[in-house]
Write a protein that binds this ligand. Structure first.
Ligand code: DGY
Length: 321
């Protein structure tokens, strides 16, 4: 069987794949240009892809032999899962193994934005730290006693809740489905409506998947519900936020600040007006980027593909949407 990887993966993973398949690895431009992908996928049985590869119906139509798509990510909004289901292509993904790393980064962002750590770093590096800071200067906020509002209480949202509890935060959440009461009790989490979540939280952290329903759901209308002292954190998908509205909200004091690991368009850079604001912390989509986690993701992406191509159920199969 022939498989295609749209980007190189760890050596151990490639070795595993080469034991079983005829493996083609795209080593050029990232993401793999669509025309190239269309031509290279034509004779492949399996595909390993990444969140920035758009695997749409056109790609699948060109991939006459394709039986399995394994994405190196927990998000799968880049794959047309309905088209895949229609063609009997099994789609798999890598949740669970990256939960801890993504929750840790979320806490990093919450701590940093509330305590202004990166802002302080920029202050020193730019030579603007002139006097020893006094009792009213460069103040942040305590996490303890603040309400963290979690939008999307899946694996990552839950992991963030338990970490935030250890910092003394109160947890509210809104999700497609409510957790069982016993789980809510363990997490100390309170289910609230979307409206209350945005009105009452001191920090909102997004952990929902990107779907047609969540696309740009965080717009000016919902940002205006937030407290002026509140912060927005996003380690899920950039497209869940209307970035233009967020820029205005941050510029005009509708909310106090934001910390983002994900953006509408990635990679992003100085042309993005977000980068010119001071009350924002930005990181380059590194939620799962630890060596341990990326290794575990590679292992899982390989296992998923091998199982799917041998006609078995992958460890984590995407339900057709
Ligand atoms: C994911 O897994 O979906 C992350 O966003 C990419 O590492």
């Amino acid at each position: 069987m022939k498989i295609l990887l749209t980007r190189p993966l760890h050596d151990f993973a490639l070795m595993e794949l080469r034991k079983r398949y005829d493996v083609e690895v795209h080593k050029g431009k990232v993401p793999m240009p669509k025309r190239l992908l269309l031509s290279r996928i034509a004779d492949k049985d399996g595909l390993i892809c990444y969140p920035y590869d758009r695997i749409d119906a056109e790609i699948m139509a060109a991939a006459k032999k394709l039986r399995a798509i394994s994405t190196f990510s927990v998000g799968y909004d880049h794959i047309d899962t309905r088209a895949a289901a229609g063609r009997g292509i099994v789609v798999s993904y890598t949740p669970e193994v990256l939960t801890g790393a993504t929750a840790d980064l979320t806490m990093t962002l919450i701590l940093d934005i509330l305590r202004r750590a990166s802002e302080g770093d920029r202050l020193i590096r730019s030579g603007r730290w002139k006097t020893i800071l006094g009792p009213y200067e460069f103040l942040g906020s305590d996490l303890s006693g603040k309400t963290l509002g979690i939008l999307g209480m899946g694996r990552i949202g839950t992991a963030v809740a338990s970490r935030a509890r250890a910092f003394g935060m109160k947890i509210s959440y809104h999700s497609r489905s409510r957790l069982p009461a016993s789980r809510e009790k363990i997490l100390g989490a309170r289910y609230v409506t979307l409206d209350r979540l945005f009105r009452e939280s001191d920090v909102i952290s997004i952990h929902a998947p990107h779907t047609p329903e969540t696309n740009e759901m965080v717009d000016m209308k919902i940002l205006r519900k937030m407290k002026r002292s509140a912060y927005l954190v996003n380690t899920a998908r950039g497209k869940i936020i209307n970035e233009r509205d967020l820029v205005v909200a941050l510029r005009t004091g509708v909310i106090a600040g934001a910390a983002l690991d994900v953006f509408q368009m990635e990679p992003t850079g100085p042309a993005n007006p977000l980068t010119r604001l001071t009350n924002i912390l930005i990181t380059p989509h590194i939620g799962s980027a630890t060596s341990e986690t990326r290794r575990a993701m590679a292992e899982m992406a390989v296992r998923n593909l091998v199982l799917s191509l041998s006609g078995k159920k992958p460890v984590y199969q995407v339900r057709a949407g």
